[in-house]
Design a protein around this ligand. Structure first.
Ligand SMILES: NC(=O)c1ccc[n+]([C@@H]2O[C@H](COP(=O)([O-])OP(=O)(O)OC[C@H]3O[C@@H](n4cnc5c(N)ncnc54)[C@H](OP(=O)(O)O)[C@@H]3O)[C@@H](O)[C@H]2O)c1
Length: 352
């Protein structure tokens, strides 16, 4: 009996809002291996804002076309191998897609695959010790370069990257203001992350509240979202400020095939541009994979902070392969905090 590979395929071209009708289940037998390959049984799938960009453009990976298996990073176990580099039982991290089984090989481009270090929880391997944690750590170390006493604003602070960046900046002695969506999430930023202030980006007085929370201005800005939040933060920044602009989440809902390419600074007014020019403020973008030469160093430092209890890595897990499209469409729902993952491995009979 052939082993079944359940697959979610990007079946219909995105035209309006992303919906369940863009996806289709198309199961097929698990792939057969050739020389130099390994079969990975996917366990945990990472749901990221970037998944939405895959429909519209080349972002971290080639653009998706209809009939492609939906792309997504994940953690999986090598269950079969024809190459000694891949040992059965090892966990690997990579863009395995929304399916039970993926093939990795020793001769194709594989810079985004890596064997996971042993001894860590899967939710940490996919989050704080994976792309999320690297994005946070490189941003803090290479772009923000915090000094104790500086005021930092972290947009998307309840999210996967932002919750880590906010904590790393606190550990460096900064005064940290987190931006969250709604009163409950703002309370979480204060109570659980110990931030100095929290501002609700959905509240009508967001800009005034931010101004009040930053009496000495803003020296560091971790910007995952652009939009209204950036329009409120940037006027509070002056010469010498560091602006880590690593995502434009507020615009991702409009990303679709054929749409005009989104400029990263499209949220800026002429007045804001003039302010940035006058103050020498420049966004610094960083693509996490460009910095992977430092991945193991970052992993070691983040792991030490976790083990010492100085860093927490919040995550939200949804169970079940069926839940994959809904998890991306609903971004985990209103209660989602930190890294969002879907566990797909424990609910499958694996034969057809
Ligand atoms: N450059 C790179 O290499 C790289 C790598 C990884 C990620 N990224 C980018 O980093 C960003 C964050 O990723 P993530 O994994 O941390 O995502 P995430 O876990 O979804 O967190 C993002 C948070 O942003 C908040 N948010 C959503 N829409 C917003 C809006 N319109 N205005 C203000 N805040 C909003 C939400 O907070 P609430 O839940 O509190 O509403 C959400 O939790 C994304 O843009 C992603 O593409 C870039």
């Amino acid at each position: 009996m052939a082993t079944l590979n359940r697959r979610w395929v990007y079946a219909r071209m995105l035209e309006g809002q992303l919906s369940a009708s863009n996806f289709e289940r198309r199961d097929e037998p698990a792939p057969q291996l050739r020389q130099g390959q390994a079969l990975v049984r996917v366990r945990l799938v990472s749901i990221d804002p970037a998944n939405r960009l895959y429909f519209a453009m080349q972002a971290y990976r080639p653009q998706l076309a209809p009939d492609d298996v939906m792309a997504g990073f994940g953690i999986g176990e090598v269950v079969e191998s024809t190459d000694p580099r891949f040992r059965p039982g090892d966990l690997w991290h990579g863009d395995f897609g929304w399916q039970d089984y993926a093939v990795i090989n020793s001769y194709d481009r594989h810079e985004y695959w890596h064997r996971c270090s042993e001894g860590y929880k899967e939710s940490d391997l996919i989050g704080v010790l994976g792309i999320t944690g690297m994005t946070a750590w490189f941003g803090v170390e290479e772009v923000l370069r915090p000094q104790a006493g500086e005021t930092a604003v972290v947009a998307g602070a309840t999210g996967a990257c932002g919750s880590l960046i906010a904590q790393l900046l606190k550990l460096k002695g900064c005064r940290v203001i987190g931006i969250g969506g709604g009163p409950e999430k703002c309370r979480w930023l204060l109570d659980e992350l110990g931030l100095d202030a929290a501002v609700d980006y959905r509240a009508p007085d967001m800009a005034a509240a931010l101004h009040a929370a930053c009496p000495s201005g803003v020296q560091l800005y971790s910007d995952a979202v652009g939009g209204d939040v950036s329009r409120a933060v940037l006027p509070l920044m002056g010469r010498g400020g560091r602006w880590y602009h690593f995502g434009n989440l507020s615009a991702y809902g409009d990303a679709r095939p054929g749409a005009p390419a989104e400029r990263h600074d499209s949220f800026m007014s002429d007045g804001l541009r003039a302010h940035c020019r006058q103050e020498g403020l420049k966004p610094r973008f960083l693509l996490v994979f460009d910095h992977y030469c430092r991945r193991l160093e970052a992993e070691a430092q983040l792991a030490r902070l976790l083990q010492d209890g100085r860093l927490v890595a919040p995550s939200t897990e949804i169970a079940g392969f069926e839940g994959l499209p809904g998890a991306l469409i609903g971004a985990g729902g209103p209660g989602k905090i930190g890294k969002l993952n879907v566990r797909i491995s424990s609910d499958h009979a694996a034969s057809a």
